[in-house]
Each structure stands twice: as structure tokens, then as C-alpha cells.
Ligand binder design. Structure first.
Ligand SMILES: N[C@@H](CCC(=O)N[C@@H](CS)C(=O)NCC(=O)O)C(=O)O
Length: 223
């Protein structure tokens, strides 16, 4: 691993998506460097030359020359390129590979955007729209309920070990947890499989390290 060159990851401290990628980099023990962007720096060049969509994360991997954006694609790329020992995946030839992808796509399309829209309407929208907040809060509860049911009698989403599929849910789960608990839901009681799963994932050293990096980035002022 020591011959692998530093992978550059563009991130913003407060957005959950880049930190999903940091978790994967930490789990795979890949060398990386963080470029701390601001919400204004990602909207113009030079950043938009890297990601024309003006969002984080994006990576550049000098080992292959690839520049890539969209957190799901980045996670798939890192796992398929570097998880040779199948630390957080079941391998490209296994049938579980498709289940891992299924859950990753559920995360990027079914968890992230709904949880993100709730945050938008709860914190940033220029007017109070209770019906919009209610819709997205109900979606958060629904998605948590779906995962809670899937996790009945099992520790992880695919097979007997934590994979990138599980790990991709963590950062948005923390936001969703705050949202539903602020609305008076006792999540441990309502969704014990789900809360147990999140706790198991949060206990992993790589996850702890990634969340510490996020915390550090939040307390370091950028330009
Ligand atoms: N589908 C994209 C979403 C990326 C995204 O929305 N990132 C947020 C940070 S978590 C962002 O850049 N927000 C800035 C903005 O909305 O202008 C992905 O998964 O990478």
C-alpha cells in the first residue's frame, strides 16, 4: 500500500457526502489529502473544471489519472480498484456484489436526497413550509423503517460483515437521527435493529477517524 500515491479528495466540512468517501478511504487505509472547499468555491472554476455540477465530493487519483465526482461512483471506484483483500466488499465475482450495489443506490437515491431535502426545508429555505418539512420527515421515518425491517435478525445489509453498502449510510443517518429525535421519536424503541446497526458501524476505528476529520474540518475556518 505504501507505493500508492496520495488521492486528493475535495470536501466541505458540513456536507455529509464527502465524508462517506473519507470513511471508505480510511477503511481501505488509502493515503489521501483533503482539499477543503467552501460552498462558494465549488460554484466556479477551478473547481467546476473538476466537477461541472459544482458539488462535493470529487476525487483525483494520480495512480490511475482518474478524476471522478458523485459519491456513489467514487465509492464503487475505490472499492473495485483497491479493496483487493475484500475488507469491505465480497468481491467482483460474488453474487453479493449486486446486493452491495443495490444498497449503495438506495443510499444515494433513497436516503441522501430525502434526508437532504428535510435539512433544506428545516434550516435553509427562505420561508417556513410545514408541509414540505412534514413530507421529508415522513420519508426519513419511512427509510429508517425499511432499513430496520431489512436488518431484522442480521448485523449487516449484505452477508456477515460490514461492507461499503452499510458504511455509505452513516453520515446521513446521523442527520436523520437528529431530525426524528427532535420530532419526539424514540428511535431505539421504534427501530432497534437500525439503531444497533448504526452503533456497530460508529464503533469502527475507520469510521471514528473519518468523523474526527469532519469535526476537525468544521472547527477550522476556511477562506
Ligand atoms: N449526488 C451527489 C450529491 C453531492 C452534494 O449535494 N453535495 C453537497 C454536500 S453534501 C454539496 O456539494 N452541496 C452544495 C450545494 O448544494 O450547493 C453525490 O452523492 O456526490
Amino acid at each position: 500500500m505504501s507505493s500508492i500515491k496520495l488521492i486528493t479528495l475535495h470536501a466541505h466540512s458540513s456536507g455529509p457526502n464527502p465524508w462517506k468517501v473519507v470513511i471508505i478511504l480510511e477503511e481501505l487505509k488509502l493515503p489521501y489529502t483533503l482539499v477543503h472547499e467552501t460552498f462558494s468555491s465549488i460554484k466556479s472554476a477551478p473547481y467546476t473544471d473538476i466537477n461541472p455540477n459544482g458539488r462535493v465530493p470529487a476525487i483525483h487519483d494520480p495512480n490511475t489519472g482518474l478524476t471522478l465526482w458523485e459519491s456513489g461512483a467514487i465509492i464503487e471506484y475505490l472499492v473495485e480498484s483497491y479493496d483487493i483483500e475484500q475488507k469491505i466488499s465480497h468481491g467482483l465475482q460474488s453474487p453479493q456484489k449486486w446486493l452491495e450495489k443495490q444498497y449503495l443506490y438506495f443510499q444515494v437515491s433513497g436516503q441522501g436526497p430525502y434526508f437532504g431535502q428535510y435539512t433544506w426545508f428545516a434550516r435553509f429555505h427562505h420561508e417556513q413550509l410545514p408541509s414540505a418539512k412534514e413530507r421529508y420527515l415522513n420519508e426519513i421515518k419511512r427509510v429508517i423503517g425499511v432499513l430496520n425491517k431489512i436488518l431484522e435478525g442480521r448485523n449487516y445489509l449484505v452477508g456477515e460483515k460490514a461492507t461499503y453498502a452499510d458504511l455509505s449510510f452513516i453520515t446521513w443517518a446521523l442527520i436523520g437521527q437528529n431530525a426524528v429525535e427532535s420530532a419526539g421519536v424514540d428511535l431505539e424503541k421504534e427501530a432497534p435493529n437500525y439503531t444497533g446497526w448504526i452503533k456497530r458501524l460508529l464503533d469502527r476505528p475507520a469510521v471514528k477517524k473519518a468523523l474526527e476529520e469532519k469535526e476537525k474540518a468544521s472547527s477550522t475556518p476556511t477562506h
